[in-house]
Design a binder for this molecule. Sequence first.
Ligand code: SAM
Length: 393
Amino acid sequence: MTGFFPPLSRPGSQRGRGGVAAGTGGDPFRVLGLEPRADLADDEVHAAWRRIASATHPDREDGGDLPRFAEAAAAYTVLRTRSGRGEALADRHATPPAASGQATRPTGRVMHGRPVRLALRTLTAVAAAVGAVAAAGPHPAAPALVTGIVTWLLLTARHDLAPAAVRPPVRWQDQLPGGGKMSERGSGREPTSHERRSGQPWDASYHDGPAPWDTGHPQPAIVRLAARGGFAGAVLDAGCGTGENALHLAALGLAVTGVDVAETAVAMAQEKARDRGVEAEFSVADAFRLDRLGRTFETVLDCGLFHSFEGGERPRYAASLASVTAHGGTLYVLCFSDDGPGTGPHPVSQEDLRAAFSRGNGWHVTAIEPDRVQTRYHDENGAPAWLATIKRI
Ligand SMILES: C[S@@+](CC[C@H](N)C(=O)[O-])C[C@H]1O[C@@H](n2cnc3c(N)ncnc32)[C@H](O)[C@@H]1O
């Protein structure tokens, strides 16, 4: 979760930029012979890929059709998940027809385009090439297969090289005192390690479409936890983002407060609460200074925040949480785990959790269970996670 990724690493976040280009051979739907529909199912996409793969596979007696096989492999990479399909559909709507079929003009445009996105897509192409070659097996035609995928990348690179009409980057410094954007409670804070690393404030994660962790739904792990009665009394959601978990708990009748340093996320959470007619309080606050809230909670939730903090930040955060958790109360931490495969960024070990929340600083870890965290860039199964239950002593 930035807690997953820095903002720039958002996969396909820029409408009109994600996925394969529309146009001859570039539209992933067209490549797989699929109708571009929002309700396409995984099975339909998989079946289309299997159909084309078996008709074009280089192992066929007739030698197959390597460029088509490679193109289909790349298209399948884009369309295999629901979020990938959503972004490819958005691309189709956002790509002006004139752009289709234009020649690639890489020189001098990279710096004005989206070099990070280009790098990500290059990585995708490399992954697709490796996957396709693995599927083709030790075949003399493998180099041609790779050439097909590289050709796809070159043909579609114009989307990364086009002049970027985006807002100027927001620097975390602009949001600190003097920048005038932080609210009183959030102001005066140091940038977090994540903000220093990415060079952007957390708020920037919410500027250009959904953040990588913002699936638009509560995390299934939290839904299950709530269903088995895990939440009681006043609930604090620390680092609530746009509030899906908090809103789920509030809809169950719990008194929920969500706090986050990202003003945009807090505003979005407040708007969702209004739209859904759910009573929940959301405000801008720094998780390192929760004492400033001036109250305590029986249950505290951390979904994706702890794992974004590094060594020195963790004891400070644990102390801040302790200052607002009632004695005997419960803290739940849902974080990426280090128990792969497919671990997310910032994987956390059980030892990390036990070191951060110990009896010495007022906590007792009563359970650490394996679970999953869903993101916009993993498939439906999400990434491996720990769900830690930690008692305030
Ligand atoms: C990975 S996101 C998870 C958001 C939300 N819990 C969810 O599951 O969708 C981490 C969130 O923590 C927030 N955050 C980061 N540092 C924070 C801090 N010091 N105080 C409060 N919130 C913070 C970020 O703005 C971001 O919204």
